[in-house]
Design a protein around this ligand. Structure first.
Ligand SMILES: Nc1ncnc2c1ncn2[C@@H]1O[C@H](COP(=O)(O)OP(=O)(O)OP(=O)(O)O)[C@@H](O)[C@H]1O
Length: 209
């Protein structure tokens, strides 16, 4: 999916979180959205993906050269973020069966294969509520990375992961990023070192005349 912004800005009440963003995000690119805590990284990701309405400017989407309306962007989007909730009252298998009904997996990735890729075999029939925070994060990432979606948003992807989990993330993001438009918000170099582009939110917070 190609995302093109022109003069994009978002304001909450009187505060501009960012403004004046004119940029194209192309398929096959991975962009790290950087900035200190509270700078507006999540707000920018959510505005770029159409989940928040911009206050100013425009954002347009195309897939294979065809325009996509903002209300149809969720069909093309896979998203992992600390604030996205899992259906914790389901077992892992039930959650995957439910989730993949509306967000199918990439071709050749079965539920069994995904459970193996996430190293969650022992949790197959366990309630997700009982998972450790690292297991939940691997689950969120596995669902996003292996979704059949051309737009991939990763908000602070190594939250709650230990060193083994970070290595797991790095391996699987590399394995699944080809051809996608990847936007990643981060403060942690190990999360975004592979990204070929960077966007510093604070560059879009300078006062304008
Ligand atoms: N719905 C909202 N209404 C009002 N203000 C909001 C809303 N969402 C976020 N903000 C404010 O926007 C600013 C940017 O928040 P945001 O979560 O985008 O930052 P961030 O860079 O992702 O932060 P962090 O690194 O801590 O996750 C903060 O001051 C936050 O309080």
């Amino acid at each position: 999916m190609q995302i093109t912004t022109a003069g994009l800005g978002k304001r909450f009440q009187r505060d501009w979180i960012f403004r004046g963003l004119t940029r194209t995000f192309r398929p096959g690119s991975a962009t790290a959205v950087l900035g200190p805590n509270g700078a507006g990284k999540s707000t920018l990701l959510n505005t770029l993906s159409g989940q928040l309405l911009p206050t100013d400017g425009t954002v347009t989407y195309t897939v294979a050269g065809r325009a996509v309306a903002v209300e149809d962007v969720p069909q093309h989007l896979a998203y992992a973020a600390p604030y996205l909730e899992l259906l914790e009252e389901l077992t892992l298998l039930e959650l995957l069966q439910f989730h993949t009904r509306f967000k199918p997996l990439r071709p050749l990735v079965t539920l069994d294969k995904l459970i193996g890729l996430m190293y969650l075999e022992r949790g197959r029939h366990q309630l997700v509520r009982e998972f450790s925070s690292g297991m939940k994060q691997r689950l969120k990432l596995g669902l996003a990375l292996y979704a059949d979606a051309p737009l991939l948003l990763l908000d602070e992807p190594t939250t709650n992961l230990d060193a083994t989990g970070v290595a797991w993330y790095q391996e699987h993001v590399q394995a699944t990023k080809a051809g996608r438009t990847l936007l990643l918000s981060s403060n942690v170099p190990a999360e975004y070192a592979f990204c070929d582009e960077q966007l510093l939110v604070t560059d879009y917070q300078k006062p304008t005349a």
